[in-house]
Design a protein around this ligand. Structure first.
Ligand code: OXT
Ligand code: ADP
Ligand code: MG
Length: 576
């Protein structure tokens, strides 16, 4: 502690405060009202005191899931989601989620208690010793350590600004154990707090960039707008809708942007994906990167015809990351879209009807082709039969938040389940990471109070399944459906070595995941037909009781890696 502060606290007439209180005060002052974490040394009392001070503290069974909850809380609210962990192992468990938040551009703060600097730096073997700051740095957007109680306010201000300004991301805040017990006068403490003003300032695009983009768009014969999760995050829903409608351009939503404009919107090209990517001549990306999910903007997916890209993004370095961007529009999406709309003026010529007609015809054809598959009532169920039941439920209950992970369970649900409202679909994101499901479901319920339907592959569920206890403990309105096909991708794999071990992708056959909910006082249901599934999910959403449904899926129904089997390395020496 700084010398002046020690002297100050020796005056017994002074009112005092400590590191614990200053951490809590900093959060409350900046509107952080929820913490996701796991208690333990040295942050057990921090959790207790935060709860006593009116912050909602959700204790998880594993920090990674708490971290995924914080990440998605950031996506849903535009405020940093906070995850609180103990030192070394707890910190490392939370770090995967922090890296995931950074990769996905979600604002999050991972706060970890840490061991004493003096001992860590001399590597003398402290309890849970680790140089956490150094380890976190390359994996997040920013990392800070606070050593003095009177710097806690500044530490939080830096963390909050770093998380939400510019391209959002994950921030690590290292709080050594000793800090919490440091005492300063209440007056010094109060003066040290910082209320962050305008944490994510608007970033206006240059008028020249806006004009350039509109010139490119105006000249297009076959334009396309791609909406990414950055557009969903921006919460500029009405302006984006106005831009799309005024331009008349077909739009393709990326997975977590589904519902930003309804999938039923006449301009939605989600069901004509291949056609619009291949045949478009101008593509306007709004909050979407040209990464692997868009085949890096080149190659077969994009066809041979020359293409021009317009990209709206807050991160200037995103431009030209994979292909040339003819018209970069750098700024926050709300400001950029408003400027584009204004620049279009009153008599913008909408996209050519021969193109929009072609897209619509392809979309209608694909939708019609798929429709009968959703109607089947087979038992054991295939994916389409089961998803047919769920797509109707989301149509009838469009405010329900859909969480989705797995391989086939993910890829087929994305196409099958139409979304109607913004930020209602949460999934594996940029890394395709398994295990985000239950943390996301918990945060969605906590942050929005909407009912949540989590559609999980049985493998995906295994990464986070213990959080079913957390869902039951906090009585959250979450219905988890495990698509149980006995394994990863398929449950019918065989051990080609002929031994008695099961195949590497196979799980226990006929497992009853529903019984896990019963163990914790929740509702467990085993279903074998789409009708039973529909009934069980409707009951769960009506009752808002924690529910786990084991949906028995044909083990032979899935494909290796879902729709991304092409990414599996192929050696000509090992033909399958
Ligand atoms: O236009 P065309 O003709 O092409 O048609 C397209 C659309 O136009 C059309 N469409 C429609 N038709 C009709 N009606 C409607 N409404 C409609 N909508 C669309 O359908 C097609 C397809 O459209 P889509 O889906 O939009 O397009 P496409 O081509 O698929 O898009 C490409 C992508 C890349 C954008 C898309 O596929 C995508 O977003 N993919 C994400 C994939 C992903 O992230 N997968 C997860 C990772 S897989 C793997 O890594 C797994 N692991 C390893 C592992 C991981 N990931 N993490 C960790 C921590 N450890 C290990 C594991 C362990 S998955 C996995 C577990 C799997 O087992 P589970 O039991 O959990 O799950 P099951 O497989 O179910 O058993
Ligand atoms: P998707 O996976 O849906 O394609 P990505 O995660 O690849 O989406 O892209 C999101 C993009 O959105 C990132 O490049 C990020 O910089 C950008 N972004 C996030 N928030 C904003 C915002 N408020 N304004 C502008 N761009 C944003
Ligand atoms: Mg499976």
């Amino acid at each position: 502690m700084a010398e002046a502060a020690v002297k100050e606290t020796e005056d017994e007439t002074q009112e005092l405060t400590d590191g614990f209180s200053l951490v809590i005060d900093s959060m409350k002052l900046n509107g952080i009202d929820t913490i996701y974490g796991v208690p333990g040394i040295p942050i057990t009392d921090l959790g207790r005191l935060a709860q006593a001070a009116g912050i909602r503290v959700l204790s998880f069974r594993h920090e990674q899931n708490a971290g995924y909850a914080a990440a998605i809380a950031g996506f849903l609210t535009k405020k940093p989601g906070v995850c609180l962990t103990v030192s070394a192992p707890g910190f490392l468990n939370g770090l995967t989620a922090l890296a995931h938040a950074t990769t996905n551009c979600f604002p999050m703060i991972l706060i970890s208690g840490s061991s004493e600097r003096e001992i860590v730096d001399l590597q003398q073997g402290d309890y849970e010793e680790m140089d956490q700051l150094a380890i976190a740095k390359p994996l997040c957007k920013a990392a800070y350590r606070v050593l003095h109680a009177q710097d806690i306010g500044i530490g939080f201000a830096r963390a909050i600004r770093a998380a939400v300004s510019g391209r959002p991301g994950g921030v690590y805040l290292d709080l050594p154990a000793k800090l919490f017990a440091q005492v300063v006068t209440a007056d010094t403490g109060a003066k040290s707090l910082v209320k962050v003003i305008d944490a994510a300032p608007a970033q206006l695009p240059s008028p020249a960039a806006v004009k350039r983009a509109l010139d490119v768009l105006k000249a297009a014969k076959r334009p396309l707008i791609i909406l990414g999760k950055g557009a969903a995050y921006a919460q500029a829903d009405e302006a984006i809708k106005a831009l799309v409608e005024k331009s008349g351009v077909p739009f393709l939503p990326m997975s977590m942007a589904k519902g930003l404009l309804s999938d039923m919107h006449p301009q939605c090209a989600g069901a004509a994906r291949s056609t619009v990517l291949k045949d478009s001549d101008v593509v306007m990306l709004i909050g979407a990167r040209l990464n692997w999910l868009l085949s890096h903007g080149k190659g077969r997916t994009w066809g041979d015809a020359p293409k021009k890209f317009i990209q709206v993004d807050i991160e200037p370095r995103e431009m030209d990351s994979n292909v040339e961007i003819a018209a970069p529009v750098v700024g926050d999406i709300g400001s950029c879209v408003a400027a584009l709309l204004e620049g279009m003026g009153g008599n913008w010529q909408p996209a050519p009807t021969d193109w929009t007609g072609t897209v619509k015809a392809k979309r209608d054809e694909n939708v019609a082709k798929m429709a009968p598959r959703f109607m089947n009532n087979k038992s054991p169920m295939d994916y389409h039969g089961a998803l047919g039941a769920l797509r109707t439920i989301i149509k009838e209950r469009p405010d329900t938040i859909l969480v989705n992970e797995g391989a086939n369970t993910l890829d087929l649900a994305r196409g099958a389940i139409d979304m109607y409202k913004p930020r209602k679909r949460l999934d594996v994101g940029t890394w395709g990471v398994m295990g985000v499901g239950l943390g996301s479901a918990i945060a969605a319920a906590v942050e929005t109070d909407h009912a949540v339907l989590a559609v999980e592959g049985d493998s995906a569920f295994g990464f986070c399944g213990m959080e079913i206890e957390t869902i039951c403990r906090y009585k959250l309105p979450v219905c988890v459906v495990v698509f149980n096909n006995d394994g990863i991708y398929r449950g019918d794999g065989v051990n080609t070595g002929g031994g008695s071990d099961p195949a590497t992708t196979a799980f226990v056959k006929g497992a009853r995941y529903d019984m896990m909910a019963e163990a914790f006082g929740g509702v467990g249901v085993n279903v074998t037909t789409p009708d039973e599934l529909r009934r069980a999910v409707n009951e769960a959403l009506d009752s808002r009781k924690p529910t786990l449904i084991n949906a028995v899926i044909d083990p032979a129904a899935g494909a290796e890696s879902g729709r991304i089997g092409n990414l599996n390395p192929q050696s000509k020496l090992r033909k399958k």
